[in-house]
Design a protein around this ligand. Sequence first.
Ligand code: ZN
Length: 366
Amino acid sequence: MASTDLTLATIKRAPKVLLHEHLDGGLRPETILELAREVNYQGLPTNDPHELQQWFIVDAPGSDLVRYLEGFIHTTSVMQTRDQLERVAAESTIDLARDGVIYAEVRFAPELHLNAGLTLHEVVQAVLDGIALGTKEAANEGHRIVVRAILSAMRQASLSETIADLAVNFRDEGVCGFDIAGPEDGFRPTQHLRAFHLIQREDFHLTIHAGEAFGLPSIWEAVQFCNAERLGHGVRIVDDIHEVNGHHELGRLANYVRDRRIPLEVCPTSNVHTGAATSIATHPIDLLKRLRFRVTLNTDNRLMSGITLSSEFETCASTFGWTLADMEWLTLNAAKSTFYEFDQRLAMINNVIKPGYAALRSLKAQ
Ligand SMILES: [Zn+2]
């Protein structure tokens, strides 16, 4: 444990920005049970909300990657109707707002929600309606939050061009970008070039899951062939950094990513749970932060990892000795890296984030 001035209470009050969170990885266990009863879904391992929560957390005894993927089968099984999607999106928005998140880009793959007959268009509309509902309810509780959606295409499937087109069509309704998700090994980003080129031709935004479990070639393709503006995870960039006589030397790709300020959407606990990293203490996030890559801290899947963005900051603070100043730096990194327009980003930074951290600092000084 390293020393830190950050308590969970301070972290929760600090304004936070979240760039990498999956809608189908952040459901409330009670909601899963309720929706499963409504549609008579029999696949859940238990009917007790607490037991279910424990079951989902992937580092629970006996859990493994197969179970991790099974978790998403359960969550997406209860996200197939308009009402279900709207409710899940609303609750996700409220839960993030209660955790002190002021801006989030939440992603989902529309193609995983077609089993009950919704069209891709209806799926997206239901989620956006849910986000609007949740935003209103959060405001009633005194929380100001902006949530926008990123549409993911599954990299092992063949719908990426359709999903990219769908994202562009909803750009004025609350969709802010496009992503590819799913198994990285064997499904390289360049297999979806047509989708990425469509996004670029439309002057739209693009992040790519790359460099999570799989290595440098995936990051290289995402950056140099697909023009990814951000990297989902991206932590394997550390494979291009070598310690020589006590200092770190960066290879050409690592230098390029750092020079271009390409944001890394890092999710440490998720990496530990999926086996992409062995522990938080040995996770590359702290090294990448010290080397001043454009590092951001994210949740990935709050349900499967049993975390919040606040708890993730607390975990890193106690492991690496991160301070309030470090947290502000990471939050500013995230704010600069959003798919928000430049003037909106500036307003968020100058009117919400900086005053928020200044207030916390003056509180501590008293
Ligand atoms: Zn992810």
